[in-house]
Design a protein around this ligand. Structure first.
Ligand code: SF4
Ligand code: SF4
Length: 364
């Protein structure tokens, strides 16, 4: 098996193929649960993979950075004894939608940046991602096509699978993907011209299947030019419950907070958990001063990190992959497309703003 090559895996052989993969690494894949919901879980048996799961409401970033984790333990009774965490297991993440593959890249870029997060970076390095291209938008809220993040990938995958019905087209994109596929190579066959034609037809149909759009380009211009009146941010944020669901469900959001948890016998645990820029305490300083003291400013911050030229310059892509989770998860319709539409309307039909590319966030 080589990077750049494409193979065919017969659907009835998929359980055997991924069972072989699971002999070499932890298998994480979508499974249908009691009650009908589907989501990613650690699986013992590859036959449980649900290839028609649609969309996991919870992002795969939890396999890079768990919602709550203990970083290490120490004793503070006069001598310092550190107990570091166990090294991450090699993992195959199977069936990841293209938007979430792009989100993993963005999160990985953050964790491997100037202040390197060794734990999250190592987890990503030890993860092989089997992307599953979307043959249609998995749900009404999806708009990855507006963010150039789906419904299928041109590059950046270890393996990209396309469901052709009775078989999967398997595009191998990296050495990691090739190594993960190699033990099951006897189950892979060469593709035919008809397989590529079917894939091209499915891609055309997928591109035409979206119901939700987001004015990303227009919003990027407005936000980057800092042309949105403060009152517009405040009006938009007026209905926010400050629950943090939008950022916790977002596969691209990476913020966390760190704290100490005392245990018995003088042992102390250094922990971290996901945090949200939509919560008032996120930027509150020890003095009590909060530089983002209104929900409007917190919404402005969130959108700057999602949709601005500065973000694109830094990361090479917007900070949104159009997964639609903030649309589905917000009780008050402050998902990203609704906010961008509100911003567009708040500026009205005046002249287009002159764009200066902000080097950093607007001063608060
Ligand atoms: S901002 Fe919303 S749509 Fe975009 S990646 Fe995050 S959760 Fe998904
Ligand atoms: S999910 Fe909606 S209500 Fe909750 S913090 Fe985000 S914008 Fe506010």
């Amino acid at each position: 098996v080589k990077p750049g090559e494409t193979y065919v895996l017969a659907r009835p052989d998929a359980p055997a193929f991924f069972q072989i993969v699971a002999e070499h690494m932890r298998l994480v894949a979508p499974r249908r649960r009691f009650g009908g919901d589907a989501g990613f879980e650690v699986l013992e048996r590859a036959g449980e993979i649900d290839w028609d799961y649609g969309h996991d409401p919870f992002p795969p970033k939890r396999y890079l950075l768990p919602p709550v984790e203990t970083l290490f333990h120490y004793r503070a009774d006069g001598r310092l004894e550190l107990e570091p965490p166990k090294p991450p297991e090699p993992t195959a993440l199977v069936g990841v939608r293209p938007c979430d593959v792009n989100a993993l890249h963005l999160a990985g870029r953050f964790y491997s940046g100037p202040i390197r997060d060794a734990l999250a970076t190592e987890r990503l390095e030890r993860t092989v991602v089997f992307a599953l291209a979307c043959n249609r938008a998995p749900r009404r809220e999806c708009f990855c096509i507006c963010c150039d993040a789906g419904p299928w990938l041109e590059s950046g995958f270890d393996v990209q699978m396309t469901d052709l019905g009775e078989r999967f087209l398997m595009e191998v994109g990296s050495e990691k993907g090739a190594s993960a596929c190699a033990p099951g190579a006897s189950l892979l066959r060469p593709p035919s011209e008809a397989d590529f034609s079917s894939q091209a037809r499915l891609r055309r149909e997928a591109d035409a299947s979206f119901e939700t759009t987001a004015y990303v380009a227009k919003a990027m211009t407005l936000i980057s030019a800092d042309e949105i009146p403060r009152a517009a941010w405040d009006n938009l944020a007026a209905t926010c419950f400050r629950c943090g669901a939008c950022t916790h469900l977002c596969p691209v959001c990476t913020c966390f907070t760190v704290y100490e948890r005392p245990g018995g016998g003088g042992e102390i645990s250094r922990c971290r958990s996901w945090d949200s820029c939509q919560l008032a305490g996120f930027t509150r300083e020890a003095s009590g001063h909060n530089p983002r003291d209104t929900q409007g400013r917190r919404l402005q911050r969130r959108m700057f990190h999602k949709v601005s030229y500065a973000t694109v310059q830094r990361d090479g892509a917007p900070g949104c992959v159009g997964c639609g989770r903030c649309v589905a998860g917000c009780l008050t319709d402050l998902g990203l497309p609704a906010v961008l539409l509100g911003l567009r309307r708040s500026v009205g039909a005046g002249p287009r703003p002159r764009v200066r590319v902000a080097e950093k966030e607007p001063a608060c």
